[in-house]
Design a protein around this ligand. Structure first.
Ligand code: ADP
Length: 517
């Protein structure tokens, strides 16, 4: 063997791939160890055999015809190309391999060398990869389906949520006459909506995260805080509070989170101002009705007493006048006529007072200012009052006001001055003065007497209805006059002031703001 032959022989024997050498008739000339191992034959079992024993059906029979066709046409189906084919082991088991065939000539004979590269492992691996990827694909497909289902469910849920959110939002934004607020345990605003917010000029965004109580007026903070803290401790609360001239009713419930812990407070606030106003009006009307009823009851009991004295005095004077038939008795007759007049005046005053109070209580008396000549007006009032002055008692006027005319309600002013003048005349024996002046932006009209005066103690109750000072009980009176004076003054937007000293006299003044007169 030449060196070259030895080299080839060694490669042939030790090659990892199988090598089979066949002649042009398809008979195996030689086969290496690797091929024998693959086909599981001994060498002597194969050498001289047709190579088709190593080819599985249906190719077994056809192998010769493949060879012949190639030899005839020279058209190679495999030579120099290499392809994947199946081999047949001695055991009958088939296995895949890659076959590369080459041909060569030796001494006029064509030989073919087939190199067999076992693909069993590769095929197994490929099959495993294929199966694995199929499984993966299946899993991916299943997951995708699940995911799609999940997405569509989530989308549906989201749609439903959006729909309900939209609904809640619409409800809360338009919540009539109030607002819906959610606070956390620190009383910070977590949610706030409602038509009432517009009144405060607040946008929801500006309120979120802010402390609720800090938005309230200082005077209600403590009360509201106390209620909200009680709600934080699990107590439902309803309470009212005022912001400016509006009254709100707040109804609060705790909101429980996981583990049944109170995490938030739900507060529904309603503006109940109209209801409150109606309530107040009804209450005031009721109070007024009550006062009027009381007044009537008191008046009836007072009048039955106060009317008796002047009426019996009138009766006795009338009886006397009847008897004074002589001319010489003229003076006595005049005296009793005067007495009757005074008593009638008193009765008239009592009735007037009562009617005035009834009208005031009924809200029927309004201020109707008109231009009046103050001097002329006061002179008139003075003349009327002179009818009730006592013997030797005069009424003096002292005018120190600046303007001729003032804007004043003549009815209210006349009644007020009449009341004050009749008191001054009644509670004194000496002259009475009417003084007018302008002082520090005010018009002041005062009635001054030098009579019994009013003790400091009695001065406190002076303007209360039916009040009578302790030093005047033997002088006729109802205790209504000064109350009426005060109420009339209020209607005229004037103030009543007084100064008095016991046994020295009293001065009652009406003080008008010059800007109003
Ligand atoms: P009346 O004079 O009918 O009792 P008033 O309401 O006018 O009722 O007065 C209440 C009380 O005030 C009087 O009863 C009297 O005690 C006291 N009073 C009012 N004016 C004077 C006055 N000029 N001098 C002293 N006391 C007065």
């Amino acid at each position: 063997m030449t060196v070259k032959q030895t080299r080839y022989q060694s490669i042939f024997e030790t090659a990892i791939d199988g090598v089979i050498l066949i002649n042009d008739r398809g008979l195996i000339e030689d086969i290496n160890e690797a091929a024998l191992h693959l086909f599981q034959y001994d060498k002597n079992e194969l050498v001289g055999q047709n190579v088709s024993v190593l080819v599985p059906k249906p190719h077994t029979q056809k192998h010769d015809s493949y060879l012949q066709a190639y030899q005839k046409t020279g058209e190679a189906k495999i030579i120099g190309i290499g392809r994947e084919v199946s081999g047949l082991k001695k055991s009958g088991e088939e296995f895949p391999f890659r076959l590369a065939v080459s041909e060569y000539q030796h001494q006029g004979v064509t030989y073919y060398t087939g190199i067999i590269h076992d693909l069993t492992k590769q095929k197994e691996y490929e099959a495993y990869i294929k199966q694995y990827s199929q499984q993966l694909e299946k899993k991916v497909a299943e997951r995708t389906q699940l995911l799609e289902q999940e997405i569509s469910l989530r989308e549906e849920a989201q749609q439903a949520l959006l729909k309900s959110q939209k609904l809640y939002e619409t409800i809360s934004v338009n919540f009539p006459n109030g607002s819906i607020t959610v606070l956390n345990n620190n009383l910070d605003i977590v949610f706030i909506e409602g038509s009432e917010l517009k009144k405060f000029g607040y946008g929801t965004e500006k309120l979120l995260g802010r402390s609720y109580v800090e938005l309230l007026p200082p005077e209600v903070v403590d009360v509201v805080k106390e209620h909200l803290q009680a709600v934080c401790n699990g107590v439902e609360r309803s309470f009212e509070f005022k912001i400016a001239d509006r009254t709100y009713l707040a109804r609060c419930v705790p909101l429980f989170g996981p583990k049944n812990r109170i995490e938030q407070i739900l507060m529904v606030e309603t503006n109940i101002t109209p209801q409150k106003q109606a309530e107040e009006e009804i209450y005031n009307a009721l109070q007024q009705e009550k006062r009027l009823n009381e007044l009537k009851t008191r008046f009836v009991s007072m009048a039955s007493h106060e009317f008796r004295t002047p009426l019996s005095s009138i009766l006795s004077s009338a009886g006397l006048i009847e008897r004074y038939t002589e001319k010489a008795q003229n003076e006595s007759r005049v005296k009793h006529v005067q007495k009757i007049k005074r008593n009638v005046h008193n009765l008239n005053m009592i009735l007037n007072d009562f009617l005035s109070l009834e009208k005031i209580e009924g809200g029927l008396i309004k201020n109707n200012p008109e231009e009046i000549d103050l001097r002329e007006f006061v002179e008139e009032v003075k003349e009327e009052a002179e009818a009730i002055t006592k013997k030797g008692q005069g009424i003096n006027c002292q005018f120190m006001h600046n303007q001729d005319h003032y804007l004043l309600d003549s009815f209210l002013l006349r009644n007020t001055l009449n009341n004050l003048l009749s008191n001054a005349v009644k509670y004194s024996e000496k002259d009475v003065a009417i003084l007018t002046k302008e002082e520090e932006g005010s018009l002041v009209i005062s009635i001054q007497d030098q009579g019994i005066g009013i003790s400091k103690e009695d001065q406190r109750g002076l303007f209360n209805r039916f009040f009578r000072a302790s030093n005047s009980t033997n002088i006729q009176g109802t205790g209504l006059g000064l109350n009426i004076v005060k109420r009339y003054a209020q209607i005229m937007e004037a103030e009543v002031t007084f100064e008095s000293e016991i046994n020295k006299g009293s001065t009652f003044s009406l003080v008008f703001n010059l800007q109003n007169t």
